[in-house]
Design a protein around this ligand. Structure first.
Ligand code: FAD
Length: 469
């Protein structure tokens, strides 16, 4: 009998993601990462060892059956692979693009001990894109339970809870304040990282499952949560996110030319200022832009400013490179495009010209002390180390706080001192029938953690609804 050929040893290095050239992409808003070809996806999928006790699944907040979908991919069963992912994740093309897999599923990949972990996110993106290009099929609707749920906010948390509940036979209506669904996915993350076509396609899938979307509905103003419960709904989920910008309270922060990253990115993404004059909503970006902060939001704002014509863009961050909270991949992309990072410095005041426009930012050097409660080394100002940076545009990206309307219009809803809604690990709040999850509970976090919270809440809400006569 002929001996079967031994399987070639998997490569230690992951298949690199094809990208637009840095010089070209800094002048356009098209997606930077181009996605794997079929051959690249198969090559990368073949690196997966199909561990009998897969740790990667433990690292995924929504519990995608990762080895199972990769096995289907190895067998070139793309439709089945996409279906397998969708069993747990309704937004795979989005997660495949923006989730911090390096800190979640991929961090747990056993291959990471000897080389690069398997690029799970890129493979997830591949199968989701493959399915979308060929037309997404939706399974038959389940029998109705006769229960109705209102979901407030159409971000990742709200879309996930709605998907899981509609699949269980409940009637679900999402109320979204903006004219477009997606939350931060549409108004925050720019086109060059996450094309809005992808977001719209994944939201369409949620609608096809039977979820009703009501746009332009600000809950807390049009209706309150108690009104929703009293009139048409058996339970409510609040996924209203953390959409309020934080400021530093420094002298001169109100000068013209200083934006919050929220305003800046909303004007770029939602009002499409990058497409002026086709959209008549331009935004003024100067020549010397400074972005304050070091997270994904800061990177997105800096890279958007560059694409809008700034000559230089500098990120000022108070800690060192090691503590940068932004995804490493996006920091590398930003630096390749020409963004300069200035570490261990923080603004102390803004200086304006005679017309009230910002013309400079005074900073102070920071040294790093012992770790603070976040586990990162605490930045401490160095006395007398002030210096001045010339700038004509400043974008403040130092954090976001919870949207407050629901909390202030829902009597009896427990709220933390940070303004987040208090909920247990299953999203249950202090009010019967009211659940919450995502950034409104945790403060600003990630897409996949918001989706994970949505999944847990859906399970708890289903139990609650079915126990109610
Ligand atoms: P949101 O996405 O904020 O959605 C909340 C929705 O509720 C919004 O649509 C809002 O309009 C709506 N809403 C609010 N109040 C009301 C009301 N009263 N009535 C009706 N609707 C209401 N995470 C990652 O994992 N990877 C990244 O690369 C990444 N990059 C980011 C870049 C930027 C610029 C920003 C701002 C965030 C980024 N994040 C990233 C974080 C991530 O997007 C959020 O953690 C996630 O979107 C939170 O989801 P959510 O559903 O809780 O809230």
């Amino acid at each position: 009998m002929a001996e079967s050929k031994p399987k070639p040893k998997p490569k230690k290095e992951a298949v690199p993601m094809p990208k637009q050239n840095a010089k070209v992409r800094r002048q356009n808003f098209d997606e930077v990462a181009l996605g794997y070809t079929e051959q690249q996806a198969i090559e990368e999928a073949n690196r997966c060892l199909q561990c009998p006790k897969p740790q990667c699944v433990e690292g995924c907040p929504v519990g995608v059956r990762i080895p199972e979908f990769i096995k289907l991919l190895q067998e070139r069963k793309y439709e089945e692979a996409a279906k397998k992912v969708k069993e747990r994740n309704a937004l795979p093309a989005i997660c495949g693009r923006v989730c911090p897999q390096e800190e979640q599923c991929q961090q747990m990949c056993i291959f990471g001990k000897i080389g690069n972990p398997v690029s799970i996110g890129r493979l997830e993106r591949f199968v989701a894109d493959w399915e979308r290009d060929r037309g997404v099929k939706v399974s038959e609707k389940p029998a109705s339970t006769g229960k109705r749920v209102a979901v407030v906010g159409a971000g990742p948390a709200g879309l996930t809870v709605a998907t899981d509940l509609v699949k269980l036979g409940h009637g679900v209506v999402i109320f979204e304040a903006l004219h477009l669904p997606g939350g931060v996915l549409v108004y925050g993350i720019p086109e060059f990282r996450l094309s809005k076509k992808i977001v719209h396609a994944e939201v369409d899938y949620v609608k096809k499952l039977g979820v009703e979307l009501k746009l332009g509905y600000l809950i807390g103003r049009i209706h309150t949560i108690p009104e929703l419960l009293k009139t048409c709904f058996d339970a409510v989920f609040v996924g209203t996110g953390a959409g309020l910008p934080a400021f530093m309270g420094l002298p001169g922060e109100n000068l013209a030319g200083i934006y919050s990253a929220n305003e800046f990115l909303i004007r770029v993404n939602l009002m499409k200022s990058y497409a002026f004059p086709f959209y008549d909503t331009p935004i003024r970006v100067g020549k010397h832009v400074v972005v304050v902060g070091g997270g994904n939001v800061a990177m997105d704002a800096a890279r958007s400013a560059l694409r809008l014509g700034a000559e230089e863009v500098c990120i000022v961050y108070r800690r060192s490179r090691e503590e940068l909270p932004a995804r490493q991949e996006e920091v590398e992309n930003a630096e390749e495009e020409g963004i300069v990072c200035h570490f261990q410095a923080a603004p102390t005041k803004f200086i304006g010209d005679e017309k009230g426009w910002v013309k400079a930012m005074e900073c102070i050097v920071m040294e790093l002390g012992p770790p603070d409660e976040s586990g990162r080394r605490r930045p401490v100002p160095v006395k007398g180390s002030e210096f001045v940076m010339d700038t004509d545009t400043v974008i403040v990206a130092i954090g976001r706080t919870p949207n407050p309307i629901i909390q202030s219009t829902t009597e009896g809803l427990a709220v933390s001192k940070w303004g987040t809604i208090v909920a247990d690990e299953n999203g249950k709040t202090s009010l019967e029938g009211v659940y919450a999850g995502g950034d409104i509970v945790t403060g600003e976090a990630t897409v996949i953690s918001a989706m994970g919270a949505g999944k847990k809440a859906a399970k708890a809400m289903h139990e609650y609804l079915m126990s109610k006569r």
